[in-house]
Write a protein that binds this ligand. Structure first.
Ligand code: SAM
Ligand code: SF4
Ligand code: SF4
Length: 338
């Protein structure tokens, strides 16, 4: 197979795969799945359209043969899929796959954390946007108390997971939580990563005015802490990292808006209905499920993936303007997987 030389038109290799295992979620975060859009009538994918564990594993194996080293499981809320531990078990058997991680809102960790740990999952990114009950319950759209997520973060740490916390910061919504969140997670020795609010999908009424940039956040933090930049661990690392003075605890920034990182973007995405996307802000995907269910051979699937990656030239964040944010048709974050 044509593996070693696989890179796209901007010379970016294929290294990461994000698999969205479901488009459903038990939260209705205002910036992702606002309840006015994702209400009772919303047509989520029928079960028959979702890839089975075998189908996802088959594709993942081919992706790994083509250069992927890391797989992130995401969604929607991946813990809504009760066969997730079985899936991790299957993925762990793929030769050459170096890392598997899970992004979750954390609500169901008490239910699945132990079995996920037992099958060998070690890394969790848990999303939490505020410590304040009032702010968080509004943001998650389901009135969920942040205490539940904090308890589950402790639970996951105690099980032995390596945990990072992701906080989306939105102007006028949860900026006031930057300092309490950083103090809390510094004390807990957990990496907190601030994510700039992005114009993913078409449902969150995004505008530049609502973005709190890394620069804004850093200047707040620097009034209280001394922070030293930490060198990137590897090519294509998404988070810009800093370390607190006299401490090994880190904080990070995911700066898709203010400092784009398209030039080293090595990530492909697979939606839960088997479409491959080469950018988080894409309008269209490539239907691998049709090939899978049409009895394509592994070689045919590999050729299709090769073609897609080889002709890729996405660099949306480099090109973002208020106009592209409004005019381009984009796939929703809960569907494509964050
Ligand atoms: N449901 C899981 C969760 O929330 O962790 C996994 C999927 S969620 C789409 C993945 C990540 O995307 C979360 O950390 C979430 O906060 C982030 N996210 C969703 N919409 C976003 C937006 N408009 N801008 C920035 N980050 C966003
Ligand atoms: Fe669900 Fe995650 Fe989107 Fe929130 S960010 S609505 S938890 S998929
Ligand atoms: Fe990669 Fe697209 Fe994000 Fe740029 S905008 S970093 S190409 S996913």
């Amino acid at each position: 197979m044509m593996t070693e030389l696989l890179s796209d038109r901007l010379n970016r290799p294929l290294r990461d795969l994000r698999i969205s295992v479901t488009d459903r979620c038990n939260f209705r975060c205002t910036y992702c799945m606002p309840k006015e859009v994702y209400g009772d009538e919303y047509a989520f994918l029928p079960k028959s359209e979702l890839l089975s564990l075998e189908e996802m594993t088959r594709l993942a194996t081919i992706f790994v043969q083509m250069g992927v080293k890391k797989i992130r499981l995401t969604g929607g809320e991946p813990l809504l899929r009760n066969d997730l531990p079985e899936f991790v078990k299957m993925l762990r058997k793929i030769e050459g796959l170096e890392d598997i991680a899970l992004t979750t809102n954390g609500l169901l960790l008490k239910k699945y954390g132990k079995s996920l740990y037992e099958v060998g999952l070690r890394r969790l990114n848990i999303s939490l946007d505020a410590l304040s009950k009032e702010t968080f319950s509004k943001m998650n759209g389901r009135g969920i108390d942040p205490k539940l997520i904090l308890e589950n973060i402790d639970y996951a740490k105690n099980l032995g997971f390596s945990v990072k916390v992701n906080m989306v910061v939105q102007k006028g919504v949860n900026e006031q939580e930057i300092m309490p969140m950083s103090a809390y997670f510094k004390e807990k020795e957990i990496t907190l990563r601030f994510i700039e609010f992005m114009d993913v999908g078409e449902d969150n009424n995004w505008s530049f005015q609502q973005v709190v940039t890394k620069k804004d956040i850093l200047s707040k933090l620097l009034r209280h802490y001394q922070l030293t930049p930490v060198k990137a661990n590897y090519y294509g690392e998404v988070a810009g990292r800093y370390c607190y003075e006299n401490s090994h605890v880190e904080i990070g920034f995911i700066t898709s808006v203010s400092e784009s990182f398209c030039s080293s973007c090595t990530r492909a995405r697979l939606s839960s209905d088997g479409k491959m996307y080469t950018c988080l802000f894409a309008s269209n995907g490539y239907d691998l499920k049709e090939l899978l269910r049409g009895n394509a051979t592994n070689e045919e699937l590999a050729n299709a993936i090769w073609q897609i990656w080889n002709t890729r030239n996405d660099r949306y964040s480099d090109e973002r303007t208020e106009l592209t944010a409004k005019s381009r048709k984009k796939i929703g974050m809960s569907y494509i997987g964050g």
